[in-house]
Design a protein around this ligand. Structure first.
Ligand SMILES: Cc1cc2nc3c(=O)[nH]c(=O)nc-3n(C[C@H](O)[C@H](O)[C@H](O)COP(=O)(O)OP(=O)(O)OC[C@H]3O[C@@H](n4cnc5c(N)ncnc54)[C@H](O)[C@@H]3O)c2cc1C
Length: 375
């Protein structure tokens, strides 16, 4: 590992959430001098709050570049976590569980059928299950469940442990890590380099800077134009239920889900609120996704509550991530705005942004996510 007190770098990555760490991971074998900078707890805004669901089809409302990017990232997951585990010794608990998206009323069935119509040809081995089949195969679900789409190849991962593994693995490479350092301002220099100024007034010079601060992007002073990112607070909780027989991730309307984890907990979430940078958990918030569970899997409502928490998803106005170079300063690169799917999109973001930094050539598949769209 390089000495993180050095002030001259080839690449400085601002923010050690899953996105910044995945980019650093994909640069670890390059000969570039790379510094990863973090203001507080790595992944403390969003990554450590995530349920870890890897569900491209379940998450999209139509075909397009986002779905393509998510499916590409999902296909990278097994080798990504495998490499991280081999390097760090930590398992990220990737579980090829499959996902069920269920409907419990006539209206929800209409929406599910519409989703099925465009999705059935977009994924492998998908099926539409009717109520009698659901009752037989998944007896822990409520008899109120009328239909479900089954995505057998979608999965989930333990996001905080994946992040820990990435940081552990990076500690064995030449990538330097500086924690407790908040970047306040980014400035272009006359010689074409960029400077990152810390909140203590220190200056870190670099040939390229990558901004991966999640929802905090607009809190920094950055040359215009800056993509607008807002925080979308998500409240979420876990119950302890070690003998829970259902191993599938289950989504239920409008935005509820539960995820049976390998450690005997079931994660249940999540709200989406625009309340600024507040991270809070409220009775009304958790009721939003707990009340519909009565008609999906009532048993979970009687399990001992383990923990509640919340996090801030980085959201753009069009819901797409921001991936690529600043419209004016090409050596300033953005990788944020991953909103509901940053854990899923981490491997592909890491690979494509690392390649952009090394080759200075944008992959065409990144064009729909270019920061230019906000210029
Ligand atoms: C409740 C909830 C559930 C979710 N569930 C899922 C899911 O199931 N699947 C999925 O794919 N996604 C999920 N997400 C979304 C996912 O968590 C995010 O999209 C992803 O974590 C974003 O990662 P990031 O690295 O961009 O941001 P973060 O994890 O927020 O990391 C940004 C880092 O930058 C640091 N930072 C910020 N500003 C500065 C600065 N000025 N200087 C230095 N460092 C700075 C922060 O401290 C932080 O460590 C969920 C999110 C929430 C809140």
């Amino acid at each position: 590992m390089m000495d993180s007190r050095t002030t001259d770098w080839d690449i400085v990555i601002v923010g050690a959430g899953i996105i910044g760490c995945s980019i650093a991971w994909h640069l670890r074998e390059s000969s570039l001098r790379v510094l990863l900078v973090e203001r507080s707890e790595p992944g403390g805004l969003a990554t450590n709050a995530a349920a870890g669901i890897l569900g491209p089809l379940n998450e999209t409302s139509g075909p397009g570049p986002l779905l393509d990017l998510m499916q590409e990232s999902l296909s990278m997951y097994p080798s990504f976590v495998d490499e991280v585990q081999r390097s760090s010794g930590l398992s990220a608990d990737l579980v090829p569980s499959g996902i069920l998206s269920v409907a419990t009323s006539q209206d929800e069935m209409k929406n599910l059928t519409a989703k099925w119509e465009w999705q059935q040809s977009r994924g492998k081995d998908l099926s539409f299950l009717q109520s009698d089949e659901i009752r037989k195969t998944f007896p822990s679900l409520s008899p109120d469940v009328q239909g479900a789409i089954h995505y057998p190849h979608e999965s989930h991962v333990f996001a905080p442990r994946l992040l820990k593994g990435l940081l552990g693995g990076l500690g064995r490479t030449s990538v330097a890590f500086r924690s407790g350092t908040s970047i306040r301002r980014i400035r272009p220099e006359a010689n074409g380099e960029m400077t990152a100024e810390t909140s203590h007034g220190d200056r870190i010079r670099s040939r390229q800077i990558v901004l991966t601060p999640g929802a905090y992007l607009n809190e920094m002073e950055i040359p215009d134009p800056v993509p607008p990112i807002t925080p979308a607070n998500g409240q979420i909780l876990s119950v302890r239920i070690p003998d829970f027989p259902l191993r599938k991730v289950v989504f239920y309307p409008t935005k509820g889900y539960f995820v049976p984890k390998l450690d005997g907990t079931v994660v249940i979430g999540a709200t989406e609120e625009s309340v600024g940078f507040q991270t809070r958990v409220t009775p009304r918030g958790i009721m939003e996704f707990l009340a519909p569970l009565e008609h999906v899997c009532p048993r979970l409502l009687d399990a001992p509550l383990q923990m509640t928490w919340s996090g801030l998803r980085p959201k753009t106005p069009d819901g797409l991530p921001v991936l690529g170079s600043h419209p004016i300063h090409s050596n300033l690169v953005f990788a944020t705005g991953h909103y509901r799917n940053g854990i899923l999109l981490a491997p592909v973001t890491g690979r494509k942004i690392a390649s952009l930094l090394q080759t200075k050539k944008n992959d065409d598949s990144l064009l729909p996510f270019s920061p230019e769209r906000f210029a």
